[in-house]
Ligand binder design. Structure first.
Ligand SMILES: Nc1ncnc2c1ncn2[C@@H]1O[C@H](COP(=O)(O)OP(=O)(O)OP(=O)(O)O)[C@@H](O)[C@H]1O
Length: 384
């Protein structure tokens, strides 16, 4: 359905964005283009609807060389979804969705009926959302309208540039799921740009992994993850693998750091001496029951009084056995350099960014060697 033949794009300033690009996307296939920023993904995509013209080479859509086609008519056959959705602020959601059908001369009633059908398809009740204006929608809802609008004239080809990039991870996953369901129903030929390998793997029938200006591997998700074609691809995929381990690696007692502990009711100077002896700059503060209260700095404790006079509340904690990802999330949420790890109410220790990284490393290494994580120690891995 889409075919690139030795396509090169050089910009006037001499930047070669893509070089000798050849690949084909079958009808009804969803191909994700993934790679780091600036590797030429967007350039590739914008050459398909002639928003950018190649310097050399040929591109075919539906068997026709697009250089011979009128760009405006070409674009009517190609839906285009971008991250900054670009909805018209003064038009209702329904009218926004009906934009393309109206442009190509459909009667108003037909265009609107089609728009309502599409809003429904992307999970927005047309009765509720159709009359609203774009600024009355959430980011995720706007993104859905963008997809609905791109599909409105029923184009056989869909280009999507980071379509789910502007929303938070939870909404993003929802949109991806919905999009997959929708794609199963409408079976468009889709080129989708993302810099997120996880998204590429999740959505793509095949994935094109970009290096600088060229495709390093063009294959199914399984093949790209399982048998990376080049060291570059292996690294690109590998970086993600360790991130994935964040979700499945559980915090264990051996992962924890043991900062000094101070009690709310003890004299601050006693606690300060303990910090000094251990060379620590802060202590975790627990209340009389041993429950987490927060923390106190060495400097403040030196001023005397009780620990409670200097303690600051911080409620950043996770239970032992929680995934590392959860601890990382809590750390970010509290903008904290550590999170307490509790067993029930009992304080076990803290997870710092360094400890988190250490735990992750060990988990990734163990996975690579096929050892269940519970059976390795940090020493046995670093000795290996
Ligand atoms: N109009 C332009 N003039 C000169 N160079 C450009 C132009 N547009 C893009 N480039 C360059 O071409 C290269 C590829 O850009 P492109 O936007 O295709 O990358 P990308 O992979 O989509 O990146 P990102 O994920 O950051 O959007 C980059 O080095 C970029 O700086």
């Amino acid at each position: 359905m889409i075919r690139f033949e030795e396509v090169t794009k050089r910009y006037p300033d001499g930047t070669t964005a893509v070089r000798d690009l050849s690949f084909a996307v079958a009808e009804g296939e969803l191909v994700t283009l993934v790679g780091p920023s600036g590797c030429g993904k967007t350039t590739t995509m914008m050459m398909v609807n002639r928003l950018i013209e190649p310097t050399s080479g040929r591109i075919f859509v539906g068997g026709e060389d697009i250089a011979t086609l009128d760009p405006v008519r070409l674009r009517r056959r190609i839906g285009y979804v971008i991250q900054q959705v670009g909805l018209f602020p003064h038009r209702t959601v329904l009218d926004n969705t009906a934009t393309v059908p109206s442009l190509i001369g459909w009667k108003k009633a037909r265009a609107r009926a089609r728009a309502a059908e599409l809003l429904d398809l992307v999970g927005l009740d047309p009765k509720t959302y159709g009359p609203r204006y774009p600024d009355q929608l959430s980011g995720g809802q706007r993104q859905r309208v963008g997809v609905a609008r791109a599909l409105a004239a029923d184009p056989p080809v869909l280009l999507m540039d980071e379509p789910f990039g502007a929303v938070d991870p939870v909404v993003r996953e929802q949109l991806q799921d919905e999009f997959l369901r929708m794609q199963a129903a409408v079976r468009k030929t889709v080129l989708l740009v993302t810099h997120d390998i996880e998204e590429a793997v999740r959505l793509g029938d095949r994935i094109a992994v970009y290096g600088q200006g060229r495709i390093e591997q063009f294959d199914t998700p399984g093949a790209v993850l399982g048998t990376p074609a080049t060291p570059y691809v292996a690294e690109f995929v590998g970086a993600d693998r360790s991130l994935k381990r964040l979700s499945v690696t559980e915090i264990e007692p051996s992962d924890l750091a043991q900062p000094p502990v101070a009690r709310l009711d003890e004299p601050a100077e006693v606690a300060a001496d303990r910090l000094h002896a251990e060379g620590a700059r802060w202590a975790v503060v627990l209340d009389a029951e041993g429950d987490l209260h927060g923390w106190a700095g060495a400097g403040e404790l030196g001023a005397g009084g009780l620990v409670r006079d200097h303690a600051r509340r911080m409620n950043a904690w996770v239970p032992i056995g929680a995934p590392l990802k959860q601890a990382f999330g809590v750390m970010l949420q509290h903008d904290a350099g550590w999170v307490a790890v509790l067993d029930g109410a009992r304080f076990l220790g803290v997870l710092t960014p360094a400890k988190l990284h250490e735990a992750l490393r060990r988990s990734v290494d163990a996975e690579a060697r096929g050892i269940p994580r519970g059976q390795v120690s940090f020493e046995s891995v670093s000795d290996a």
